[in-house]
Design a protein around this ligand. Structure first.
Ligand code: DX5
Ligand code: ZN
Length: 226
């Protein structure tokens, strides 16, 4: 099965946002990835909730919320998300992980925990029955266009194996940061199901969104190893 592609909206042309979101919807991208930041959990702010709401009114693309905020339990109730949408928050952002997962499931949305580059996947163990996906950061979060942290490709493979060993084949892995076409091939092969497309691919400006998604499809249409 090919990888699903989620377009990192913070990497779109923010002065031509309407043009880009309509073109991405037409091109058939799987999700819109919304990085919501509070300026504290990460030292940056990109998209605000109001902007996201306007985008959601304008297109039918499924929403993939990446919450880069402290105490995600405060913002989760403000999100417009349902059965097809994704909401993920960072492991280290809250002491109330179960509460956050339950809040997301009460909205019928899919719940994910985001692991920073230095968070070990075994931290997920107590929550395995309550998560739909895990996001593995390949970079330090908050900014686009950063180099990949060492060891992250191996982490994808190890996390997939570990999930499968725990009978959690259905728990998907999202990969965030540094997803180029060439790396997408390996990331998908090793167990990445959903790939965040940012400045390394979709928004690089070297091809149209249609061509970019077609390239992803070509590079990720093969059997996974695990
Ligand atoms: C960074 C964001 C990503 C970002 C990654 O914190 O979560 O969505 O856009 O894309 P690249 O690394 O390709 O710029
Ligand atoms: Zn993100």
């Amino acid at each position: 099965m090919k990888a699903e592609i989620t377009a990192s909206i913070m990497c779109a042309d923010l002065l031509n946002l309407e043009r880009d979101i309509l073109a991405l919807e037409k091109a058939g991208v799987d999700y819109f990835h919304y990085d919501l930041m509070d300026g504290h959990f990460v030292p940056n702010v990109t998209l605000g909730l109001e902007t996201v709401c306007e985008i959601q009114k304008r297109v039918k693309v499924r929403s993939d919320f990446h919450l880069l905020v402290n105490q995600p339990e405060d913002i989760i109730p403000l999100l417009d998300a349902g059965v097809e949408d994704l909401i993920g928050f960072h492991y280290s952002a809250t002491k109330n992980i179960d509460k956050c997962l339950n809040m997301i499931h009460d909205m019928q949305a899919n719940a994910g925990i985001v692991l920073d580059t230095n968070d070990h996947y075994e931290l997920l163990e107590p929550y395995l029955d309550n998560i739909d996906y895990v996001t593995l950061m390949m970079i330090r979060p908050g900014f686009a266009g950063q180099p990949m942290v060492d060891g992250m490709i191996e982490k994808i493979m190890e996390t997939r194996k570990w999930l499968n060993n725990h009978e959690k084949h259905h728990v998907k892995i999202m990969i965030d940061g540094n997803v180029s076409y060439e790396r997408a091939r390996l990331m998908h092969k090793l167990g990445g199901d959903i790939l965040v497309a940012g400045t390394s691919s979709l928004f690089k400006g070297d091809m149209s969104f249609e061509e970019s998604l077609k390239t992803f499809e070509e590079y990720t249409s093969h059997k996974e190893l695990y």
